[in-house]
Design a protein around this ligand. Structure first.
Ligand code: SAM
Ligand code: SF4
Ligand code: SF4
Length: 376
């Protein structure tokens, strides 16, 4: 007798609401100057290349939900490298200058180097190369860093929540050793994927004791350690305000041990607030998505693994660009369909939530996208 699958994977994935964008009759050529209702330009495109991951970080893909029966997207739903590159070039014509590959775990996508090579050949309308980067859990980085660099990747961001092996293994929930990620970071730096950033999600009571050990480890290393507030993204991670450690407290704790002074942002819209060690040990960043919303300068669009465009990490509805790609529309038609979507953008979830009581959601009752689906 053959096994009967326990979950049926729908042909058209209906896990999140989406609509197929209208293609206008009158086509206008993209001029790189799109602005949304609040005057925010479109500069940064985050592309999720897989919804799968070999870790089960509790704040992102809790193992009770993302178990062996979880219906990940079927291969046929994924955008191909050609489709991703085609959409990326349309977004670049609309003003995108920076592309971040993410997931799930992007290094699990087969032949990701090929995609990086294809994206690295794109240029802005001014003839400049794109800023291409990737966020990874680091588990496969030691093995892949050189080929990623050779393909044209400039930088990487590695997520690392603890230096202590037992805490790290508990947080990734697949018993993965921290030494392998640290080695990945070393190899990435050696091959020139720089400046390398390390992201730590701080959960009070879980890993806040790792703030100082991680800071000590990465001081004087050339890597920039960034502390991220635990966010209420998605609907499965059991977020609670009392587990959020405000960045101000992180800075206070660090400053008491290693005196810091604030430095200016690298560019407008930068999510991290930057600080430098007064003794020349390098710099750190804090990303205060919960306690200090930065929606006012948010210039980021997100493309899901199956080609849906989301205008905010907390969006509940996507715009199905894959339907246009596979519906034989020309590039100028797809560009013309994207323009009014960005122009109508009003999203500012974190600002709205900040005005509500601590545990409240600004999108009650709606199914929010998971971080692993849309990428960070
Ligand atoms: N798997 C890769 C990784 O972990 O770097 C890329 C995808 S992951 C979704 C991107 C980033 O989102 C990671 O730095 C992760 O720590 C962060 N992240 C996931 N869930 C989060 C949450 N609830 N709050 C804050 N950051 C979160
Ligand atoms: Fe995987 Fe990254 Fe999510 Fe952790 S944060 S479960 S590594 S996608
Ligand atoms: Fe951007 Fe949405 Fe995050 Fe605000 S909540 S910064 S609009 S992604």
């Amino acid at each position: 007798m053959t096994d009967i699958p326990r979950k049926i994977i729908p042909l058209a994935d209906l896990r999140y609401a989406s609509r197929i964008p209208a293609v206008p009759d009158r086509l206008t050529t993209p001029n790189g100057l799109l602005g949304d209702t609040r005057g925010r330009p479109l500069r940064d495109l985050r592309i999720s290349v897989t919804d799968r991951c070999n870790f089960r970080c509790n704040y992102c893909m809790p193992s009770e939900i993302f178990d062996k029966d979880y219906a990940f997207l079927p291969q046929s739903s994924l955008l191909s490298f050609e489709e991703i590159t085609r959409l990326a070039s349309i977004f670049v014509a609309h003003g995108v200058e920076k592309i971040r590959l993410t997931g799930g775990e992007p290094l699990l996508r087969k032949n990701i180097e090929v995609l990086i090579g294809m994206l690295a050949r794109l240029q802005t309308p001014q003839g400049k190369p794109l800023d291409i980067t990737l966020t990874t859990n680091g588990s496969l980085l030691a093995r892949k860093a050189q080929s990623l660099k050779d393909a044209g990747l400039q930088r990487v961001t590695v997520s690392l929540d603890a230096l202590d092996d037992a805490i790290f293994r508990r947080m990734n929930d697949v018993d993965f050793p921290v030494a392998d990620v640290l080695r990945g970071i070393e190899v990435a730096q050696r091959v020139g994927l720089a400046p390398l950033k390390v992201n730590m999600v701080v959960k009070r009571g879980t890993n806040d004791g790792q703030i100082l050990p991680l800071a000590r480890h990465f001081r004087h290393s050339g890597a920039v350690l960034r502390f991220i507030e635990f966010m209420d993204v998605g609907a499965t991670n059991g977020w609670r305000m009392d587990e959020v450690m405000p960045s101000a407290q992180v800075v206070e704790r660090l400053h008491a041990q290693f005196p810091l002074s604030a430095i200016n942002p690298n560019y407008s819209g930068e999510t991290a607030e930057r600080w430098r060690y007064l003794d020349g040990g390098g710099e750190i960043g804090v990303i205060s998505s919960v306690t200090q919303a930065f929606c006012g300068a948010c210039n980021r669009a997100r493309l899901s693994t199956e080609g849906k465009l989301f205008l905010c990490l907390f969006a509940t509805q996507g715009h199905d660009l894959r339907a246009l790609l596979r519906g034989n529309f020309a590039d100028d038609q797809i560009a013309a369909a994207i323009a009014p979507i960005w122009q109508a953008r009003t999203d500012r979830y974190s600002e709205l939530r900040a005005a509500l009581p601590p545990e409240a959601s600004a999108a009650p009752g709606e199914k929010r996208i998971e971080m692993s689906y849309i990428g960070g």
